[in-house]
Ligand binder design. Structure first.
Ligand SMILES: Cc1cc2nc3c(=O)[nH]c(=O)nc-3n(C[C@H](O)[C@H](O)[C@H](O)COP(=O)(O)OP(=O)(O)OC[C@H]3O[C@@H](n4cnc5c(N)ncnc54)[C@H](O)[C@@H]3O)c2cc1C
Length: 429
């Protein structure tokens, strides 16, 4: 992972192709607002935008740049659902609430499309997403998932057998797939920068290069940085996997995990289109999954390595190229021009961890690597709760969450060991 300057955007195909965006000042002195937000990723910006559109005065405080975290680096796959299976959510909150939550997740996908259109964001949106099967076990799992989605959630995903899938995705690796025309993919950094532009137009004040050092809780919560502080009636914590020590009871509920992606050299339009003819995004359903899609300038964006120790894997580009050639043997010898990584915030059960601390500090975390659409929804739901309609946030706050076992010192080695088992399962069955 190349970082040119610790506070600039990580070097990625996204930062190289980003729409120019204004810099925001550092937080200096004492400010007040109705709502203060920690973090200018998709969660914080979505909440800020919704609140400002409702007439509230909002300040966002960001340690680095807008979109510096996962929001500006991710795979760009905009998919319904959450980081865990919907059946897991049903087991935690019951089928009726799970049905509502599923519908809200689809609202999150639609919200992305609506915001791109409404705020005229150059986000390179493309329709279509497929979850694909590598092994016969995956075919059974995907068909069972389709039955669950259709019967319990009235969501019409399509099963494509091998021939149907190969007509769009001519890779020898896959046995079939579940296709959703409503999901899609986008340029995540441009989308995040576009949301920031919309938020500023709605009156939000954003401060960059202003790491929050502490949160003073009380009747009016305060975010404190080295050179300033901002106080509000309400606070939103949206620091995801990157925040630490601001609200320790939240830190123990998530585990930062490194995940990696790269962009090939340009392939040319015809060659790129021959790989994914309908331009959909694709993800397999292995535990250590591969996911990929085409960029607007005809590269393959291919992601898939995870690091539970958060240390970047060695020889990342070569390793990515090997994985890519398993999917597309015709790309043997094609090089990755850039590879980069970021952190995701997994919760122990992979379910979203959204709620409030006391009366006036709200948070959303635990997106578990599935947040491009869900973050927009989370921001909207936090904003609703701050404005007095807490029904949807309360539903999420009722999902039980446990601390990672092993405490600070042991949770990483324990997770690494557990993940090794899941990877072995991918390889064997
Ligand atoms: C490589 C990668 C690929 C991914 N692919 C996909 C995908 O294809 N589809 C999908 O749905 N999801 C994907 N995800 C997950 C998705 O990107 C995230 O769930 C989502 O972007 C989280 O948004 P966020 O706003 O909550 O967090 P972030 O975008 O991480 O934003 C948090 C912000 O808070 C700031 N911050 C932290 N601490 C402080 C502090 N003390 N003071 C001030 N600011 C602070 C950070 O600098 C950061 O800008 C991927 C993630 C990664 C890393």
């Amino acid at each position: 992972m190349t970082v040119r300057n610790p506070s600039a955007h990580v070097d990625s195909w996204y930062s190289r192709s980003a729409t120019p965006a204004p810099a925001h000042p550092r937080l200096e002195g004492r400010l007040t607002a109705d709502v203060v937000v920690l973090g200018a990723g998709l969660t914080g910006l979505s909440a800020a935008l919704e609140l400002a559109q409702a007439g509230l005065d909002v300040v966002v405080v960001e340690a680095n740049r807008v979109g510096w975290g996962a929001s500006g680096r991710n795979g760009g796959q905009v998919i319904f659902g959450y980081g865990c299976d919907q059946s897991k959510i049903a087991s935690l909150v019951g089928l009726d609430v799970s049905r509502q939550m599923f519908d809200w997740s689809v609202e999150g996908v639609d919200l992305v499309r609506e915001r791109i259109a409404r705020h005229d964001i150059d986000a390179h949106w493309r329709n279509g997403h497929a979850h694909v099967a590598i092994r016969p076990r995956h075919v059974h799992e995907l068909k069972a998932w389709q039955r669950d989605l259709v019967e319990n959630y009235a969501y019409p995903v399509q099963w494509w057998d091998r021939d149907q899938l190969q007509a769009q995705l001519p890779s020898p690796r896959y046995l079939g797939g579940l296709y959703d025309p409503r999901s899609g993919h986008l340029h995540p950094l441009n989308y995040t920068l576009g949301l920031a532009r919309a938020a500023v137009a709605a009156g939000v004040r954003i401060f960059e290069h202003s790491p929050v050092l502490s949160l003073a809780r009380g009747a009016r919560p305060r975010l404190l940085t080295a050179s300033g502080e901002v106080e509000g009636d309400f606070c939103v914590l949206a620091g995801n996997a990157l925040v630490h020590g601001i609200a320790p009871e939240l830190d123990d509920k998530i585990m930062p995990v490194g995940t990696y992606i790269g962009a090939t050299e340009p392939l040319g339009e015809d060659r790129a289109r021959s790989l994914i003819r309908n331009d959909m995004a694709v993800a397999d359903i292995n535990w250590a999954l591969d996911y990929f899609r085409l960029s607007a300038d005809h590269r393959l964006l291919f992601g898939g390595r995870a690091s539970y120790s958060t240390l970047p894997p060695p020889r990342l580009a070569a390793n990515m190229a090997r994985r890519m050639a398993r999917v597309f043997p015709q790309l043997h010898g094609v090089k990755f021009e850039t590879v980069w990584g970021g952190l995701i915030d997994i919760s122990l059960n992979r379910a979203p961890h959204w709620g409030r601390l006391g009366d006036n500090v709200y948070f959303a975390q635990g997106f578990s690597g599935h947040g491009v659409a869900a973050t927009g929804l989370a921001g909207r739901i936090l904003a609703e709760a701050i404005r007095g309609q807490a029904g949807r946030l309360d539903a999420f706050a009722n999902i039980p969450h446990h601390n990672f076992p092993g405490g600070r010192a042991l949770r990483t080695p324990m997770l690494v060991a557990a993940m090794a088992w899941f990877k072995l399962r991918d390889a064997l069955w």
